[in-house]
Design a protein around this ligand. Structure first.
Ligand code: GLP
Length: 244
């Protein structure tokens, strides 16, 4: 779907998330949400906070799994996705702390593989992802599934693309401070979600949105794998849709 602007789109996406949460509440079940970081989903989180404050939307039955985290990364660091999620969402809603899951950037290298397997198991035990939010990086990554990622990949440690590290350099005050690796849910993990929403705003994303939607499906642009999913929707503003 193409929306006039990112504010309109964010309100629509938040309403869809709220509908899932309420439907599950009525059934006495948990809503399991896959969440993303970056500038793109900020408006969605703002609207969810507003729905909580002004319309009494409760997150008591919500379980979340974030897509990714830099590695290594201290959760208390300003650049961590833990900090991002707390500042933009979790600190402002009534979610139970034990229901929040974000890949751990502090693990010893020898513990990463077991952590990743357990992350997959936790998603499964929670009942699987009802909805996965995605942004898209200029390399065509979703989460941190950089070019070369396999369609059946699971949660794992990956090496960040040079372009991704350059794009992140503003947050870190220089590319040399951007971690070289990250822990990310895999393409296979994302595909298991019952609904996938990929969001993109602004002309900066127009070329990669064209590739992702219309380009040949290839590991060179991991977002093209989404063309193979039936339950995926691209939600873009007019500028990001400009080259379609
Ligand atoms: C990072 C995140 C991605 C995100 C991308 C785009 O690489 N790991 O999940 O989609 O940035 O970020 P932005 O939304 O700021 O354009």
């Amino acid at each position: 779907a193409v929306y006039r602007d990112k504010e309109t789109a964010a309100v629509k996406v938040a309403a869809r998330i709220a509908a899932i949460i309420k439907r599950k509440q009525q059934a006495g079940e948990q809503a399991v949400l896959g969440l993303a970081t970056g500038a793109t989903p900020v408006g969605v989180y703002e609207e969810l906070v507003r729905l909580h404050r002004e319309e009494g939307l409760s997150f008591r039955n919500v379980v979340t799994f974030n897509l990714d985290e830099y590695y290594p990364m201290q959760p208390t660091s300003a650049q961590s996705y833990v900090t991002f999620m707390h500042e933009n969402l979790f600190d402002h809603i009534d979610i139970a702390p034990e229901n929040v899951h974000i890949p751990d950037g502090t693990l010893a290298p020898e513990d990463v593989a077991a952590f990743c397997l357990n992350y997959e198991r936790q998603i499964e035990e929670a009942g699987g992802l009802d909805l996965q939010l995605l942004g898209i990086g200029r390399t065509g990554h979703v989460g941190f599934n950089e070019p070369g990622s396999a369609p059946n990949s699971g949660t794992r440690l990956v090496t960040l693309d040079d372009l991704t590290r350059r794009d992140a350099s503003r947050d870190f005050g220089g590319k040399e401070y951007v971690p070289r690796k990250a822990i990310t849910m895999g393409i296979g993990t994302i595909f298991q979600a019952r609904e996938i929403l990929l969001l993109a705003w602004s002309g900066k994303k127009a070329p990669i949105i064209k590739k992702a939607v219309e380009g040949e499906v290839s590991s060179e642009v991991p977002a093209t794998y989404l063309q193979l999913a039936e339950n995926v929707e691209f939600i873009v503003d007019a500028e990001a849709a400009a080259e379609l």
